[in-house]
Design a protein around this ligand. Structure first.
Ligand code: NAD
Length: 295
């Protein structure tokens, strides 16, 4: 199977029903970081479909404006605020939360999703790149959780979902900063869940496996990611779809998961469970030619 065959084949394979119904989400105020593309954008679409009011935060202003227009035309009546900036900027994050609260009157759900990939052998990893990954993937998640948490504590309810990764649960070569940052997100999730349960706030982490985002597709098409290798490592024999992670987020944000908190929910087609195959076939990413966009 060539990479481009794989991409075309996948168009017909995604089993996600986009009609999953979560009536309790209607009217909820949902802040989504990293919502200009990929998983965060899929989340924005899923929550808009369910009638949520959205605050979208991303560093890519062009993508934010474009996707706001698209969402407003595909979901007439949806209310959307956008803020362009980095989740590592605590002043900007505080202003974004204030704006969402002033317009919508609450912060019900935070989808703490912004993150970057970082693949490099540990021995060559410059400290500034390590710091950047920790800053965006972990410190940014804390900054957003704290800013949303202040409002949620005052209102005595809320849901926070932090996007970690299966590489926050297991390790892999050449991902020291990525794995450490995502393991940090899993740990932070548990601490916040334990601290804030008394205020009616649930905090969970999403731990996706390999998800076919637009960026992944480009890299597959360009032959820069060995998709066959990734598919072989995955018991379900395919990559995940951003919509599948968005559906998980809907479930975890809804009252259907009312007794679940402090968990990292792995959605990876069986990749982590298959310890034998992982341990015996994982090759150093630099050896199989994967690039920096591999999460
Ligand atoms: N795609 C995967 O296979 C995969 C697997 C596991 C976990 N994840 C995690 O899912 C999350 C989303 O990944 P994706 O694949 O959709 O990536 P993506 O690159 O498609 O989207 C990430 C978005 O976040 C934005 N962003 C980056 N840094 C930011 C910052 N400091 N502040 C605000 N916005 C910022 C980008 O502009 C982009 O729109 C990340 O946390 C990533 O680590 C992805």
């Amino acid at each position: 199977m060539t990479s481009s065959t794989y991409v075309k084949q996948r168009e017909n394979q995604c089993p996600v029903s986009k009609s999953g119904s979560y009536p309790g989400i209607a009217g909820k105020v949902v802040v989504i970081t990293g919502s200009g593309s990929g998983i965060g954008l899929a989340m924005a679409k899923a929550f808009a479909r369910c009638g949520a009011r959205l605050m979208l935060i991303d560093i890519n202003n062009e993508a934010l404006k474009r996707e706001k227009t698209t969402l407003e035309s595909s979901h007439p009546g949806v209310e959307i605020e956008i803020v362009c900036g980095s989740t590592t900027d605590e002043i900007l994050v505080e202003e974004a939360m204030q704006r969402a609260h002033a317009r919508f009157g609450a912060i019900d759900v935070l989808l703490n999703n912004a993150g970057i990939a970082m693949n490099k052998p540990s021995i060559e990893l410059p400290v500034e790149e390590w710091r950047r990954a920790i800053d965006i993937n972990l410190t940014g998640v804390f900054i957003c959780a704290q800013a949303a948490g202040r409002r949620m504590i005052a209102q005595r309810c809320g849901v926070i979902l932090n996007t970690a990764s299966m590489f926050g649960v297991v390790s892999a070569p050449d991902r020291a900063a990525y794995c450490a940052s995502k393991a940090g997100v899993v740990s932070l999730t548990k601490v916040l869940a334990v601290e804030w349960a008394q205020y009616g706030i649930r905090v969970n982490a999403l731990a996706p496996g390999y998800i076919r985002t637009a960026l992944m597709d480009e890299l597959i098409e360009a032959g820069r990611i060995d998709v066959n290798h990734l598919v072989k490592q995955t018991p379900m024999g395919r990559l995940g779809d951003p919509d599948e992670i968005a559906e998980l987020a809907l479930f975890l944000a809804s009252d259907s998961s009312a007794f679940i908190t402090g968990q990292a929910i792995v959605a990876d087609g069986g990749w982590v469970a298959d310890g034998y195959k992982s341990k015996n076939t994982v090759t150093s990413t630099s050896a199989i030619g994967e690039q920096n966009a591999d999460h």
